[in-house]
Design a protein. Structure first.
Lengths: 83, 112
């Protein structure tokens, strides 16, 4: 089990230029999460490469305390368009 | 990650143009996502090798770290990590997967 706030902190520290992170506990069991991340580091990267940056930031948590993570990543520009 | 394992994984994806890390084998997939990915690759007519992660716990864990990707299956084409089942499905549907593997066959013939 892990707090969403701890996942958020790891993403903020591990990914460059994070502008916005929301982590939701999907099941109330603190092991299945969804995260939306907006970061400058995603600029010019494929969706796979964007997700890899987040997984790298979370390191051993993924597959450990975090059993599942549904990821949505945006660059600041694509996030602004969407809003 | 163990340096020896890293070298082994690097060699696998370098020496084989298309590699699918999966649960089970091409003929006997042991997970629905792995089975679906094999089926899509088959339909492209591509030559590919598979690595059964269930036979090797070190590879099963190591490939996740190697790719910075938490799930199996994982597809590599020409040494580059492409993605898992969802991404392969999107690329299959859009025709991108066909283009990607056709490029590999042509390159293979040219160098043979």
């Amino acid at each position: 089990m892990i707090e969403p706030s701890e996942i958020e902190a790891r993403i903020r520290t591990g990914v460059e230029g994070v502008e916005h992170v929301v982590v939701r506990d999907l099941t109330g069991t603190k092991d299945h999460f969804a995260a939306t991340v907006v970061a400058a580091a995603f600029e010019g990267k494929s969706r796979v490469a964007q997700h890899q940056l987040v997984y790298r930031a979370l390191g051993e948590l993924v597959g450990g305390a975090v059993h599942a993570l549904a990821l949505e990543t945006h660059t600041p520009a694509s996030w602004a368009e969407r809003a | 990650m163990d340096a020896e394992l890293k070298t082994r994984l690097e060699a696998l994806v370098r020496d084989n143009p298309i590699v699918l890390f999966m649960k089970g084998t091409k003929h006997f997939p042991q997970c629905g996502f792995s089975a679906a990915t094999v089926e899509m690759l088959r339909r492209t007519g591509a030559d590919f090798i598979t690595v059964n992660v269930l036979e090797d716990p070190a590879v099963r864990q190591g490939i996740k770290e190697f790719s910075s990707w938490p799930t199996i299956p994982q597809l590599y084409v020409r040494g580059e990590f492409i993605g898992g089942c969802d991404i392969v499905r999107e690329m299959y549907d859009s025709g991108e997967l066909q283009k990607l593997v056709d490029g590999v066959s042509v390159a293979g013939e040219a160098s043979a």
